[in-house]
Write a protein that binds this ligand. Sequence first.
Ligand SMILES: Cc1ncc(COP(=O)(O)O)c(C=O)c1O
Length: 388
Amino acid sequence: MIKTEDKLMMMPGPVEVPHRVLMAMAKPMINHRGKEFSAIYDDCQRISAALFKTAPENISVISGSGTAGMEAAVGCLNSKDDKILAIENGKFGQRFKKLAGKYGTVVPLEFEWGQSVDLGAVEEKLAAGDIKTITMVHNESSTAIRNPAPEIGALAKKYGAYFILDVVSSLGGDDIRVDEWNVDIAVTGSQKCIAAPPGISMVAANERALAEMENVTTRPYYLDLVAYHKSASKELKETPYTPAVSLFFAMQEALKMIEEEGLDKRIERHYLMTKAVRDAVTAIGIDMFPQLNEVSSYSNTVSAMKAPAGISGEDIKKALNKRGVIITGGQDDLKGKIFRIGSMGATTPTNIMTTLSELEQVLYDLGVAEETGAVMGIAGETMAKLYE
Ligand SMILES: Cc1ncc(COP(=O)(O)O)c(C=O)c1O
């Protein structure tokens, strides 16, 4: 029987949290309206600005998971009659659509989950007029597709729309360029590529978005980004309400670890680990789930595989979980049809090797793989650079 603490978290978040980050949370409590907290907030803004590629003062750090950041973005920017073009090709695009319905008027643009976003269809909706805001997920974790953020940003600019982008499962593990892509508000979460515990979201909002928020009288109270900005502009930076201080300790430490690794190196590590999963599973006859077009690509941080004929993805997930490797299945209608492996945050090539070899054994036991021993060599070759 495998002990709980020996389990390896290979889900697309929450991920393994490095010991250093866990220990940071054990520090004694501090005054959340004092010098020490201000320095932590400042570190979070400064380091994450380099990940978002925007100015530090644009960033709000919120106590609440990624969805809190999504709600802050949609709710602060839109009023009931504002039209929000909600692009959906997975679970989290759907979440934006649901949020849009709470605060504005939804113009849905739905693609089958796992299909790529069609730019022509987006432009058609924009050309029909009157869209105030576009919402899209950059890295759709439910289907492992990287959606075309720069292209949608260019369309948003052309039609004068605001662009809200979810980078919850890509910031810190993929190349994000908020300013260059014309993203007005970008949202991320702590428990994915940043490798901190769940419970913090960061929202990067530019001046244009912040100015527009002043006109929105129905902004949420707790998630009011205008209030967040005001508090963070004080000489001693603070948050409007009592923050989850221990989680801020963890965020500061996790972001410092990203700084130490170097963003380019970290993105390459994510890329090679995710590619290793793809290379290995396809070599043993498993199909990838995403249907890509010319403007989309495989996720840099998570892989989604089709369950082999006659086998449920849930059975693969459960068998791996029994072996101490925690992966995840499909969500909603995709339950049983796919299984997903994350390669986010502090995940190492060794973790990937372990996961793939256990997966191969599970597939062999289920009668899918004819033999074992193939995946290690393939994944090892793909990730060779990371061992140098
Ligand atoms: C792409 C994406 N967006 C949003 C969320 C929601 O974040 P949270 O669960 O932290 O509220 C997730 C979490 O899985 C996600 O992967």
